[in-house]
Design a binder for this molecule. Structure first.
Ligand code: ASP
Ligand code: MG
Length: 243
């Protein structure tokens, strides 16, 4: 099993979704495909929630998670339907029923033991080569939706890889890989083809926003390599992060 994660930029329009079909069509591995909400959908849903509660979210955290989580439910339905349309049979997985958290809305904590058991039971009863599921969102034991913190889809991908003992995780991004500096600010910025988990954590501590900071720990624990690759050039080497 490999884990592929596609962020908002990669699913922002129809061409983006076709491109995901091409990337998945090029592999015959078993895949858990984690998808974010389309483009800036999460920001829009966040704005909607703020408007609903008079621009003060205090006390409305549960409502926030119920509204904002619809972005990923929608994008994954579209990706799953499109893959079926291209002949890539897949299972659409409602991660809010499998990834169990506490009631800390907007920043929920995952119960990893329970989630591992639920995931394995689900995969046994729903055999497929390709699974399509949501990043960033999860659920409480009684079925309320929670979220794991903004930009949390990378973390979802790493956690799923850890719990499923995946071979690797690939984050498909709109950049060539991890760069030595921000290419918009530094014309000498170059691609870093290989990094260790430690080096990556240093880069993230320094403020680089390329990967969610909670992504590294679950991968390091199981020694799972992390590839960061450009979704527009899937054949490019990108960056590999491993020990
Ligand atoms: N869609 C969520 C967000 O924008 C999660 C993610 O993109 O990783 O925060
Ligand atoms: Mg995003």
């Amino acid at each position: 099993m490999r884990v592929f994660k596609f962020g908002g930029a990669s699913v922002r329009d129809a061409e983006g979704i076709r491109n995901i079909g091409r990337i998945i069509g090029q592999t015959d591995d078993t895949l858990m495909v984690v998808v974010s909400a389309m483009g800036k959908t999460t920001n829009a849903l966040e704005g909607l929630t703020r408007a609903l509660c008079g621009y003060d979210l205090t006390g409305f955290d549960e409502l926030y998670d119920q509204v904002v989580s619809t972005g990923e439910l929608q994008s994954t339905r579209i990706v799953s339907a499109y893959l079926n349309h291209c002949g890539i049979a897949n299972e659409w997985v409602d991660i809010t029923r499998l990834m169990v958290t506490d009631y800390t809305y907007r920043q929920a904590n995952v119960d990893t033991d329970l989630t591992r058991r639920q995931l394995n039971a689900y995969l046994k009863t729903h055999p497929s080569r390709v699974y399509v599921t949501q990043g960033f969102i999860a659920g409480t034991p009684d079925g309320r939706r929670t979220t794991l913190g903004r930009e949390g889809s990378d973390y979802t991908a790493a956690l799923l890889a850890n719990l499923l003992n995946a071979e690797s995780v690939t984050l498909w991004k709109d950049v060539p890989g991890v760069m030595s500096a921000d290419p918009l600010q530094d014309s000498n910025a170059h691609l870093l083809p290989q990094l260790t988990y430690d080096e990556t954590e240093q880069i993230l501590k320094g403020g680089a926003q390329i990967i969610h900071p909670k992504t590294i720990a679950p991968l390091r624990e199981k020694n799972i390599p992390l590839y960061v690759k450009p979704f527009l050039h899937p054949e490019a080497e990108g960056t590999v992060i491993k020990d």
